[in-house]
Design a protein around this ligand. Sequence first.
Ligand SMILES: *Cc1c(COP(=O)(O)O)cnc(C)c1O
Length: 402
Amino acid sequence: MPKLDAQSPALVSEEPRSEDRLRGLSTWVEIDASAYRGNLAFFRRLVGDAVELSAVVKANAYGHGIREIAELAVAAGADSFCVHSLEEALDVRAAGHGLPILVLGHIPLARLDEAIAADLRIALFNRASLERLDALTATGTNRAKVHLKLETGTHRHGIAEDELDTFLTILKAAPGVDLEGVYTHFANIEDTTDHGYARAQRARFETLVDRIRSAGLAPEVRHAACSAAALVVPETRFDMVRLGIGQFGFWPSKETLLSYRAAAGDDRAALEPVLTWKTRIAQLKTVPAGAFVGYGLTYRTTRTTRLAILPVGYSDGYDRQLSNQAHVLVAGRRAPVRGRVCMNLTLVDVSDIPEVALEDEVVLLGSQGSERVSAEQLAAWSGTIHYEIVARIRSTIPRLVV
Ligand SMILES: *Cc1c(COP(=O)(O)O)cnc(C)c1O
């Protein structure tokens, strides 16, 4: 039996799915390799061969497993990666991938040497980072690749217009720092079918890029689009798209789907969710009518009730907001969550599914038979977005590529 822990994710993914192995797991995530390939092929057709397709694998690849997805992305023809942190970038490198990796977040000044050594693309929005990179490369033995992050209206990371000249002046005098790319990020693509704000950001971006070029610098890779922008505002694709949620088969939002349908028509078979989250029944019990269920006595049975106890709780990413709201799938049918979701346990009502047995497979997120619990549905129950639902699935739960 291979060790199934966070230190050996590659080992996990190389193992074929066998009933024997699965029987040893109490909760796990299955990644559908063919759905993933289909999604990437869809985006490749959408943006064409000339545009760099960069797989955003931050947050453990949105909960899908960074190493598992990195491997699938390379095989499916992704051109590069984006991550948030230095640690994530080094993890992808340690898994043996040589493709370009852009670190979108701040790299501590004290570790910029590691980013250079790993040949990472470094997002630049702090002057101190640029000065440190200049110092580290001044001897000429190594070079730093940077992508300037431009402020165009999101007011997250980014260089404001009035700071730009300072950056350009330092860059021009820093022979070891290569300005490879320039980029921005949209504030209002997913939440609306009106892309006026995004178009204004795009126009500001172009103006700033023109200023950089007139200063004599020539960044080759201009990029702005996340999944939603790549899908519905084609003129944001530039030289590269940063593909996050879409690669996992999710529409970024209902508004994005509506915009896509309005412009492109048929969305059927475009995207297919990749992730299924499963667990197994850890105990079955029958309680009488009038019994209280779980902490806080928030549920009380109205009849003799058969409960299945599931070994998954909010510490695994099964949100406490799902208490008394969600359902799971057992034997292809819906079993409602009763009482509060606990730290490691959740109770579901299987009174009307008499055939269930100890250790039966339960689907928390995904399909079983003709039923489906979507990430969007879990998000609606939890008062959040599907991005958060998948990103918070505990990273040490095994990911199995099937
Ligand atoms: C997370 C992220 C993306 C990917 O966004 P999706 O909506 O998931 O495609 C792209 N760019 C930046 C800067 C990000 O932080």
